[in-house]
Every structure is written in C-alpha cells, then in structure tokens.
Design a protein around this ligand. Structure first.
Ligand code: NAD
Length: 257
C-alpha cells in the first residue's frame, strides 16, 4: 500500500487531494492548521473512504525541522513515503511598496521553501525505494504574473523551478516531479482574496469576480477541487512515469492567452 503526504490538507485543494488519495486506497498523512477536533473528524471520515490508514501531523510549514519530522514520522509509521504533495499556501494582495515584509517572508517560506524542505527530506527514501512521485500545487501564477501579488508570484515561479530541478535529479531513480498550475479555484483562500483584491483595486467584490477572476479564465468557470485531485492521482500513477519536470496548467485557458 502506498503512502502520500499532503501538506495544507485541512482545507480546500489539499483536503480534496487527500480525499481522492484516500478513496484510491493510499495511506494518507494530513497536515495543516485548524481545530483539533475537526481534524480528528476529517481523519476518521477519510479513513472510511478507502482501505488505507489516515493520520495527522501538525508540522508548521514555516519550520524546516518540523517538516523533516513530518517525513521521518511518516516513514517510521508507514515504512515509506511514496507520494508527496507540497500544497500548503497563503496569499496576500497589496501593491509592492506597501507589501508588509513579514507577509513576504511568510509567503516565501510557506509557499516555496516548505516544498524544498519536504522534498529534501523525502528524496533519500524515494531514491532507496526506486519510486517517488512529487506533485507540487503551484499556480497559474507560477507561469504568469498579476499585479499586487509580488510574493505569491515569486514563490510560485520558484516552485516551478524547484520541480524542474528535482525532476532531473530524480529521473534515474524512478522519481517524477511535476507542478500543477491551477487557475482560480473556489476555496477559502480565494474568498479572502476577492475581498483583498476589491480593496487594492478600489472595486466591488462582484466586479472583482466578473471583471478580474472570470475575465482571466476564458471558460468563465472556476476550476473544481475534484479536477485537480484527479490530475494529482494520475500523476501519482505508473501511467504517468514519463511525465516529469512539467508545469501543467489547469486554468480554463488563462495562460493560453
Ligand atoms: P486554503 O486556504 O483552503 O488551504 C490552505 C492550506 O494550507 C490549509 O490547510 C492551511 O491550514 C494550510 N496552511 C497554511 N499555512 C500553513 C502553515 N504555516 N503550516 C501548515 N499548513 C499551513 O487554500 P487553497 O486554495 O486550498 O490553496 C492550496 C494551494 O493551492 C496553495 O498553495 C495555493 O497557492 C494553491 N492554489 C490555489 C488556487 C485557488 O484558486 N484556490 C489557485 C492556484 C493555486
């Protein structure tokens, strides 16, 4: 039975990915912030979806030693780490001259450096096993930019570069590394962003949804969490062994423009 770690899986995209791996019978390690009782309920619910076991590790993605422990504890508990999904992320929308330095540091650490720490810790075990799947949740903002998102766009471009490098280092060991680059997905992260973008651009929230978000995506539809989860499951499969070093957009055509 294979084991997957999904960082930031107490909410949104990460939770949807964890659900789909649980349904596929993987052992799942949940991670993220949130209420302890709610997280316990989520672990129980996911365990009922498939044959695997579901545990929680509360590593803070700001802390490299806790991320290393997330991998070490998983290897100890389940025997191996087969798939990692660096997904945890935060956002802050503000023009660069007013962008709080603490927010820059936190976004670079959580959205980019935590992926490095996770991959660094998991790589030796994956090399030893001759198998590994690294599936980073980057963003369309790993491929293109929007104003007022300096830290986020920088971090996501960094994740795409990291994934390409790791793909080359893992290629001869049965390890693939890819980045999924979603457009706008309706999650708590985006709900907060709608209000912040409205403030930064001096627009109503309704206008942000129609003129900023849906304007960016030619399909005029949000990406669904389940669609990202399905791609992540495919990338983890044997059939995806020759897809590596790719940054795959799932953005309703946004980055085709
Ligand atoms: P979300 O806010 O619903 O979930 C974020 C998760 O990260 C939560 O589980 C949260 O607890 C966790 N997290 C935050 N800080 C953490 C920390 N310090 N340590 C551990 N966990 C932490 O957001 P989401 O929309 O599901 O975003 C998930 C990922 O997808 C992010 O990397 C985001 O940039 C990316 N993404 C989102 C969208 C979108 O439109 N929602 C689009 C493209 C990419």
């Amino acid at each position: 039975m294979k084991t997957v770690i999904v960082t930031g899986s107490t909410s949104g995209i990460g939770l949807g990915i964890a659900e789909s791996f649980a349904t596929a019978g993987y052992n799942v390690v949940l991670n993220g912030l949130g209420d302890a009782a709610e997280i316990e309920t989520t672990c129980g619910r996911l365990a009922e979806l498939g044959a695997g076991d579901v545990i929680f590790h509360g590593a803070n993605m700001l802390k490299s030693d806790e991320i290393a422990d997330l991998v070490a504890s998983t290897e100890k508990h389940f025997g191996s780490v087969d798939v990692i999904v660096p997904n945890a992320g935060i956002q802050h929308v503000e023009k660069i001259e007013d962008f709080p330095i603490a927010k820059w540091d936190a976004i670079i650490a959580i959205n980019m450096s935590s992926a490095f720490h996770l991959i660094r810790a998991a790589m030796p075990g994956m090399k030893k096993n001759g198998f590994g799947r690294i599936i980073a949740i980057a963003s369309a903002h790993g491929l293109i930019a929007s104003p007022f998102k300096s830290a986020y766009v920088t971090a996501k471009h960094g994740v795409v570069g990291l994934i390409k490098t790791v793909a080359l280092e893992g290629a001869e060991f049965g390890i693939t590394a890819n980045a999924i680059c979603p457009g706008y997905v309706e999650t708590p992260l985006v709900s907060g962003q709608i209000a912040d973008t409205a403030k930064a651009r001096g627009m109503s929230e309704e206008a942000v949804i129609s003129d900023v978000i849906l304007k960016a995506q030619p399909t005029k539809q949000f990406v669904q969490v389940s669609q990202i989860a399905a791609l992540a499951n495919y990338l983890a499969s044997d059939q995806a062994a020759q897809i590596t070093g790719a940054a795959l957009p799932m953005d309703g055509g946004w980055t085709a423009q």
